[in-house]
Ligand binder design. Sequence first.
Ligand SMILES: NC(=O)c1ccc[n+]([C@@H]2O[C@H](COP(=O)([O-])OP(=O)(O)OC[C@H]3O[C@@H](n4cnc5c(N)ncnc54)[C@H](OP(=O)(O)O)[C@@H]3O)[C@@H](O)[C@H]2O)c1
Length: 198
Amino acid sequence: LDGFVAGPEVSVAEPLGLGGSRLHDWLFPERAKPGESAPSAVDAEVARELHASVGAVVLGKRTFDVGLSHWGDTPFPAPSFVVSHQPRASLAMTSGTFTFVTEGVGRAVEQAREAAGHKAVVVMGADTARQALKAGLVDELQLQLVPIFLGGGTRLFDDLGANLISLTRTRLLESPLVTHLRFRVTPPRVARSRPAAS
Ligand SMILES: NC(=O)c1ccc[n+]([C@@H]2O[C@H](COP(=O)([O-])OP(=O)(O)OC[C@H]3O[C@@H](n4cnc5c(N)ncnc54)[C@H](OP(=O)(O)O)[C@@H]3O)[C@@H](O)[C@H]2O)c1
């Protein structure tokens, strides 16, 4: 609720920072403790839909660094493009390959679109997602609003400026653990002449 996509002290042991793993409780029925809310059918359907929609992933190097050992694979079963300043050889995993892209987020999105075919490109990592938003490369924003306060950490929407991007809500689904929101993005005016992302 306080706008963080990861809590403080992000590390390989705690990729979502201190307390941040609760952001994903809605994805893991096995985490539910007796007497507490468990993921609902709505949560399961949103997770299934997301998984089925992903044709390629663009992720920031920090998300890659802290996520890899937990995923043990690509984050989704799809080709994954890591935005980084450090060139590095591709890394083949079981269900996809990590390709390291040093020419910026726009180039990573371009490569991911090509790899995704008719499916969606998912962008992971706050810094990386913000750059994609500012460049007018995002068609849709999917937000999971979890009723917790993290008190600090990594904010998703810092430094976006005012009135740059406008949103139209296209979906609102609720469960005890999370509110699933979806928005259509009208990109910043500077980028309006670009072709729409598919
Ligand atoms: N709540 C969620 O569902 C969720 C989802 C995804 C991620 N996360 C969390 O978000 C945190 C990571 O987000 P973040 O904002 O800190 O970092 P990030 O976006 O994952 O990665 C940032 C890094 O990517 C590289 N990079 C970014 N833009 C670049 C560019 N234009 N050119 C070249 N390299 C570029 C740089 O790495 P180098 O300079 O080192 O190469 C930069 O430090 C992690 O804690 C992760 O677990 C949360």
